[in-house]
Design a protein around this ligand. Structure first.
Ligand SMILES: [Zn+2]
Length: 199
């Protein structure tokens, strides 16, 4: 943690909603910039490039939700940058991704919450993302398509948990629409078909 924010964070932690406290604003601004650069401006979950997105669409994400595990609210290992969809729509304050009950650490700090085995999805700061999931791109007729390749059980869980098929479908729909006879197929099958056709 940046030392100059230490006292402000201590004050923020005493308020009923530490993250929204005005004492936290300097740290939040500082850390958002720092993490964005560290992450190469990609969303930590869907791996989309957020460089051209508005600031409102880039959230400081609490991997262990701050509403459930308040003691990790300002912990760097628990912070990453994600898009609004991954942060608010998909994950929010859900903790079903944990493999074990760690509720005893809700208000008591412990390094044991940072064991990658505790997380069913790929943890942005504890796992090597590329070992589990990759977002691949290919072009056809000057049109860009995206597909996620999963490489592990964790990657597969991640793909489903964040509904990443949504983005694969979106690129297909945007480019050419979906033909009637293909609608009965599952969206993932459809993506596979399209990729097979063009790769
Ligand atoms: Zn995202």
């Amino acid at each position: 943690m940046a030392d100059k924010y230490f006292n402000d964070i201590k004050k923020a932690m005493l308020s009923s909603n530490p993250w929204s406290s005005h004492y936290a604003s300097g740290f939040k601004k500082y850390i958002k910039e720092k993490i964005k650069i560290k992450q190469g401006h990609y969303c930590c979950y869907c791996l989309r490039d957020l460089l051209r997105e508005t600031e409102r669409n880039k959230h400081v994400e609490h991997i262990l939700p701050k509403s459930v595990f308040p003691v990790y609210t300002f912990d760097l290992t628990n912070l990453a940058i994600s898009c609004v969809r991954c942060n608010s729509d998909r994950k929010h304050s859900d903790i079903s991704f944990l493999t074990k009950d760690i509720s005893k650490f809700r208000n008591r700090w412990s390094n044991s919450v940072y064991d990658p085995k505790l997380y069913r999805f790929v943890h942005p700061n504890l796992d090597n993302i590329s070992l589990h999931i990759e977002r691949t791109v290919f072009t056809n007729d000057n049109r860009v398509y995206y597909r996620y390749k999963t490489r592990s059980e964790k990657g597969e869980f991640h793909y489903k948990y964040f509904d990443l098929n949504f983005y694969e479908q979106q690129s297909i729909r945007k480019n050419q629409g979906i033909k009637k006879d293909q609608e009965s197929k599952s969206s993932r099958e459809l993506v596979e078909l399209l990729f097979k056709k063009y790769s």
